[in-house]
Design a binder for this molecule. Structure first.
Ligand code: GLY
Length: 367
């Protein structure tokens, strides 16, 4: 088995697999090392909203980066299907970001100044969604905030990367990264690997690598619990979103209700209290959801940085080490743009300087 690569990506979630895909497309000899199986942790737990607008916190750099990633998805769907045979199930319908009060309506103004968003009043929403809660006074509608199936995106990236020559090693938990002269020796539970360049893309499990590589940061786990339900008739074509909670319709008729935000929680099991909160929030958007049948429930750990922006960039002292982690609520959305940015940094292509500054690991707002 070959164990020497130009680039080794540590972490086989959606970010690691996207990086492998974009590098393999450029004929870079890349391998992904995943401790378990690809896409089974935070990626699998995500709802898959491509919420470039609905997750926007009014930071300009975040929006332009998120929007470019979102737009990439519209052609990725075909590209990945052709290479991997996997459908990422991009579901159109967009998002209604709901307002229950005049204050909440006013808070949507910056979003509504974008040409890609428009205001719907109560009657207009009711025409689209007859079961909507009567307390809603209106919503910002964003057609481009579609959703995808997160595990499928990850598998599609991984399989496509393999088709283009990348290697994926599952059950290869990284124990240690050592720098020896010009190369890295990466010790795993599945033997040793050698790489010229290492990319840390292990989500909230990146912390031990930060320590080994002389980075002072720690990512904070923010647990998100979700539940999915089924109904006999399709009552929702659009995603409903209010204050970090949402109901996302899937192509197979399921509705995903998400998600709690539990800071500093490493336990990946959903709690009864968390599920109870989700049900209350969902009923406040769509009361008839109470009649639906429970399909499943789960939780995942979002990796949060101090300023809630990801770390995407080069180690401050070693250009052969890169980071692509800390994507918090937006790993699925940001995966394509992250893969491309890491590719460009490795290939020394021209990159958007504002993104480098916004996401570099030694930025002042993240310490
Ligand atoms: N992207 C939504 C969430 O993290 O809950």
């Amino acid at each position: 088995m070959k164990k020497r690569f130009d680039v080794v990506v540590i972490g086989g979630g959606v970010i690691g697999c996207s990086i492998a895909y974009y590098l393999a497309k450029e004929k870079i000899d890349v391998a992904v090392l995943e401790g378990q199986q690809i896409g089974q942790k935070t990626t699998k737990a995500a709802a898959g909203m491509l919420g470039a607008h609905s997750e926007w916190d009014q930071s300009e750099n975040f929006f332009t980066f998120a929007r470019s990633s979102q737009l990439t998805y519209f052609h990725l769907q075909e590209e990945l299907k052709e290479l991997s045979g996997i459908d990422i199930e991009l579901k159109k319908g967009g998002i209604f970001k709901l307002a229950y009060t005049e204050l909440e309506k006013m808070q949507l103004d910056p979003l509504l100044s974008q040409t890609s968003a428009r205001w719907y009043n109560r009657m207009e929403i009711k025409n689209q969604i007859p079961d909507i809660h009567p307390d809603i006074i209106g919503a910002a509608y964003i057609e481009d905030d579609v959703n995808v199936l997160p595990a499928s995106v990850c598998h599609a990236f991984g399989k496509s990367a393999q088709m283009l020559g990348a290697s994926i090693f599952e059950f290869s938990h990284v124990l240690e990264i050592q720098k020896n002269d010009e190369d890295f020796l990466i010790k795993t539970t599945n033997g040793h690997f050698i790489a010229k360049t290492v990319v840390v893309a292990s989500g909230v499990w990146s912390n031990p690598f930060f320590k080994q590589l002389g980075i002072v940061h720690e990512l904070i786990p923010v647990k998100g619990e979700c539940i999915s339900v089924r109904s006999e008739k399709a009552i929702l074509k659009h995603t409903l979103f209010h204050k970090q909670n949402y109901i996302v319709p899937r192509n197979d008729g399921r509705l995903v209700i998400g998600a709690t935000m539990v800071d500093n929680e490493w336990n990946e099991n959903p709690s009864l209290g968390g599920i109870e909160v989700l049900i209350q929030k969902a009923k406040k958007m769509l009361p008839t959801i109470a009649d639906m049948k429970i399909d499943s429930f789960w939780a995942g750990l979002r990796p949060r940085t101090l300023d809630h922006k990801p770390f995407i960039g080069i180690h401050p002292e070693d250009p052969q080490i890169l980071f692509a982690t800390g994507h918090f609520r937006n790993g699925i959305l940001l995966a394509p743009a992250t893969g491309k940015l890491i590719r460009d940094l490795i290939l020394k292509n021209k990159v958007e300087n504002t993104w480098i500054e916004a996401f570099k690991i030694n930025r002042s707002s993240s310490v």
